[in-house]
Design a protein around this ligand. Structure first.
Ligand SMILES: N[C@@H](CCC(=O)N[C@@H](CS)C(=O)NCC(=O)O)C(=O)O
Length: 239
């Protein structure tokens, strides 16, 4: 296990950082969860402290690691949640890449990436466009991914996990996105959050019972949320 202090920098939300937090929490790896303001983010970016100008970043003994998949893979190795077998490792990478696709596509409903004043930035779309894109996201993209995740568990012999016989970072990735897409998640209805769309256009109404046709995913979500370390974390950090 790592001897250097680990610092995770992100805003005060789930976003692309929550999976890293879940992995460290699940594996009992100590880390500092540094939640920074937008002003602090801009300052770090303009000082050249962010390798690709974006968050999250992880600082390990002075080394800065950017890109959510690279960070989560590092975290999974430290937490003992990255498969040793090469094929199982690749399958777990596949699931986590799909997790990132789902997040990219979700953020894409809200923001456009544009270059302004020499910086690559995210520009918020109009509320009507956000709603239209979210409808497509939930009607087409989400079911396509959930079907595949469910099938991976079904095809994984007698396992209740996506890869191998024990929980890996891939299961936590699926848990993370399922928690974000949960109709009960307060991040859709709390005015200070990124996903909140103000009235009268919003807030966005998520599909009810998203997991109705995916019993294995529903069971996985329950198993993870009831794991003691994770249950305590979720209670302290309701989103
Ligand atoms: N490929 C990167 C994307 C990171 C990313 O888009 N981060 C957003 C926050 S979720 C960001 O820093 N946005 C600031 C901006 O681009 O203006 C990753 O997966 O980490």
């Amino acid at each position: 296990m790592n001897k250097h202090p680990i610092l995770l920098y992100f805003g005060d939300g789930k976003g692309r950082a929550e999976l890293v937090r879940l992995i460290f929490i699940y594996g009992g790896v100590p880390f500092e969860d540094r939640r920074i303001s937008f002003q602090e983010y801009v300052q770090m970016r303009d000082n050249g402290e962010l390798p690709f100008g974006q968050l999250p970043i992880l600082e390990v003994g002075g080394t800065l690691i950017s890109q959510s998949c690279a960070i989560t893979r590092y975290a999974a190795k430290e937490a003992g949640l990255y498969p040793c077998d090469s094929v199982q490792a690749a399958l777990s990478d596949m699931v986590v890449d799909a997790w990132r696709d789902l997040l990219d596509l979700l953020y894409g409903c809200y923001v456009d990436r544009v270059v302004e004043k020499g910086q690559l930035i995210m520009k918020m779309r109009d509320a009507a466009v956000r709603l239209e894109r979210l409808d497509e996201y939930f009607a087409v993209i989400v079911p396509m991914h959930l079907r595949r995740f469910e099938l991976l568990i079904t095809q994984n012999q007698d396992s209740t996990f996506l890869v191998g016989q024990e929980l890996t970072w891939a299961d936590l990735a699926v848990f993370d996105i399922l928690s974000t897409l949960d109709e009960a998640a307060s991040l859709w209805t709390t005015p200070s959050t990124f996903f909140y769309i103000p009235e009268p256009a919003g807030p966005y109404r998520l599909p009810k019972e998203l997991l109705k046709s995916y019993p294995k995913l529903e069971a996985l979500k329950k198993t993870v949320s009831e794991t003691p370390n994770i249950a305590a974390w979720l209670q302290a950090h309701p989103y």
